[in-house]
Design a protein around this ligand. Sequence first.
Ligand SMILES: NC(=O)c1ccc[n+]([C@@H]2O[C@H](COP(=O)([O-])OP(=O)(O)OC[C@H]3O[C@@H](n4cnc5c(N)ncnc54)[C@H](OP(=O)(O)O)[C@@H]3O)[C@@H](O)[C@H]2O)c1
Length: 281
Amino acid sequence: MIQDLRGRVAIVTGANTGIGKETSTALALRGAHVFMACRSQGKAEKARQEIQEVIGGQGRLEVLPLDLGDLESVRLAAQQFINRGLPLHMLICNAGLAGQKGITRSGFELAFGTCHIGHFLFTRLLMDTLRASAPARVVVVSSKAHRHVKDFSLEQVRQPTRSTGGIREYAHAKLANLLFVSELSHQLEGSGVNVYALHPGIVASDVWRSAPALLRGIIKPFMMTPEQGAATSLWCATSADCAQESGLYYEDCKRSQTSTLARNRQLAQELWDYSERCTAR
Ligand SMILES: NC(=O)c1ccc[n+]([C@@H]2O[C@H](COP(=O)([O-])OP(=O)(O)OC[C@H]3O[C@@H](n4cnc5c(N)ncnc54)[C@H](OP(=O)(O)O)[C@@H]3O)[C@@H](O)[C@H]2O)c1
């Protein structure tokens, strides 16, 4: 992995806790200028200060307000970053939620709207900046839960979460992440901007907040720490080993196989077109 990231600029979404916070810490420790793109400014500022204590004089950390469920917030965040006139070498689409139910402010099923639609628009708005900053990388934190989806449909993505625990919609949203990576990598072919998708492992983070406390207590000792969970994101963002790869999926810092649905090019294009229509003004 590249150890010296001085002069490199990164955005990490969902950076106030869990895997995103550890990813931000590790990037800043190596000297990167990291924008922590978070929806709660209070939580984000607290996390920024905690990371600052760890990194001391290394790197640089700033908070970028971003609510992925609100497309106006996504546009504002992208514009705020673009206005700074900085390059963007690493965009880590990490934010997500599982086991929660509802609909986003912009009217998408909660997991789909947050994990896919918000990141889709944010990345699209930053694509010119990424291209101009090449070599650059986009890293999307998906999940091996995508393998549970047997039939990908866009019929219910404009409705509140329907399934009892929201896990069906979570798997759907994580498959959407992979289809997005597949199509994005084709669109960026030859640009010097490479795209990576990954499963971080089963990590003891706040993502389990909706699970019963007793169950959380029982399974926690068998999970990875958030620091361990950040390893594959960091590897995809910085390793020379995958510098020539794009559009692929990784687990444990190694290439891994996605489901057949995730490799369906036509589905990837359909999702891209749909997402583009939904996010156009
Ligand atoms: N933990 C696991 O075992 C596991 C397994 C597979 C995949 N993943 C994926 O890994 C990624 C990181 O998750 P984690 O485990 O670190 O979970 P986490 O501790 O719950 O962190 C999730 C982050 O996403 C943010 N977020 C949620 N909704 C958002 C929104 N509308 N706008 C902006 N930020 C939002 C959260 O912000 P708030 O604090 O404000 O809610 C938080 O910072 C997620 O994409 C998750 O699906 C995790």
